[in-house]
Design a protein around this ligand. Structure first.
Ligand SMILES: *Cc1c(COP(=O)(O)O)cnc(C)c1O
Length: 389
């Protein structure tokens, strides 16, 4: 039985995989079972921030692996404490809760908002307002938070207490605030799965101001946008706001599962003993890898990410078959004349991995990808865009 057949036989049928079996990788290049190489512009959906088996990341992870891999949260370990300190120092946040995925990071954020509002305003202040077209995860509660109906059907009843309002509509947002007893508001500054749509600066500022005035907890979901992806350490920093809670995952771990929920001064003491927990939380190996990722996201490095971003935006905008280019940093959406799935399939056949998001081609290349590989990959995309004609 081939691995593809074995997978289809024994793994739950939840993913529409491409017929490619990856066996190894280095930097931005993945290798399949036949030795065919692919330039990966998807980074395992924004996870491998420095590509496959990056030397510094491997060193950080294996060094820790040879010391202690897990102790449980009954004891202290170094990597979690170090990573939390770094995250707080780099963002001005005051406390971190570690988990293992984006959905879990959001679950924690929602619990913080609800407990804060319950204690401060009363139990009836539990509703979380999110945006239409958002994506916040696959657990039943984060699914409820996700403002896309098609994810909801067949899984009712969902967790109560979630409503959504259209992105970039300040008036509609104000109405929701007026008509509901809100605990929190949760936004992605660039909607990733929703189609790589950055929010308007004006809207984000208005949301921030209203939340501040009404004492509503503002949660920014940085699971995809964070950790350098949008040209800042966290994408909210592009908007000049300071959220009460920031959730993140994906690129933070560089390839190992980790989630983090960052809490500002206002909410740093909301969670107390017994309120929350995670057996694997602050796993030493994952945290050591994540620390090495964050340490490399210096201002100098982030400036390079922004230069690369401008380069890719410019090249793509000039290509025939491109309707528009959206996104921020190296989180890029391409509206194509040709069907996006066809473009992605053809790119794959020609050795370039891309993603889709709604009806767009989505690129999340490793942050340190070379211009040489970028040029090669962009040439393959350009060709695939034309094939539909
Ligand atoms: C991927 C994603 C999640 C879910 O992360 P998991 O690690 O799959 O649980 C949540 N929010 C956003 C914005 C995401 O892109």
């Amino acid at each position: 039985m081939s691995i593809i057949e074995q997978d289809k036989t024994y793994i739950a049928n939840t993913y529409a995989r491409f017929p490619v079996h990856i066996v190894s990788g280095k930097g931005a290049v993945a290798v399949d079972e036949n030795g065919k190489e692919y330039i990966d512009l998807g980074s395992g959906i924004g996870v491998t921030a420095f590509g496959y088996c990056d030397d510094e990341w491997v060193k950080a992870v294996t060094e820790q692996l040879n010391k202690v891999q897990h102790t449980s949260n009954l004891y202290y370990t170094t990597p979690g404490a170090d990573l939390a300190k770094t995250l707080c120092e780099r963002t001005g946040m005051k406390k971190v809760f570690f988990s293992n995925s984006g959905a879990e990071a959001n679950e924690c954020a929602i619990k913080v908002a609800r407990k804060y509002a319950t204690e401060k305003k009363g139990e009836e202040y539990y509703t979380i307002l999110t945006l239409v077209n958002s994506f916040h995860g696959r657990t039943l509660t984060t699914l409820s938070a996700t403002g896309q109906e098609h994810f909801h059907k067949l899984f009712n009843p969902l967790t109560p207490g979630f409503i959504s309002t259209p992105a970039n509509d300040v008036e509609a947002f104000e109405e929701c605030v007026k008509n509901n007893k809100l605990a929190g508001v949760m936004i992605e500054t660039v909607q990733g799965e929703g189609g790589v749509n950055p929010l308007d600066e004006k809207f984000v500022k208005a949301v921030y101001d209203i939340c501040k005035k009404e004492d509503i907890i503002l949660i920014v979901d940085e699971v995809q946008t964070g950790n350098g992806r949008c040209g800042k350490l966290y994408s909210y920093q592009n908007y000049g706001i300071s959220p009460d809670v920031v959730s993140t995952a994906k690129g933070l771990g560089g390839g190992l599962p980790i989630g983090a929920t960052l809490m500002s001064e206002k909410v740093q003491s909301v969670l107390s003993f017994g309120d929350h927990g995670s057996t694997y939380g602050a796993n030493p190996v994952a945290c050591a890898g994540a620390k090495s990722v964050i340490d490399r996201l210096t201002d100098e490095f982030l400036a390079e990410v922004n230069e690369k971003s401008a380069y890719v935006f410019d090249k793509l905008s000039k290509m025939k078959g491109v309707v528009s280019v959206s996104g921020k940093g190296l989180m890029i959406g391409i509206k194509t004349e040709r069907n996006a799935k066809e473009v992605v399939l053809e790119c794959l056949e020609n050795g370039v991995m891309c993603l889709t998001a709604k009806d767009k081609v989505r690129l999340l290349p490793p942050l340190n990808i070379s211009y040489e590989l970028l040029d090669k990959a962009l040439a393959v995309i350009e060709k695939a865009l034309k094939q539909g004609e």
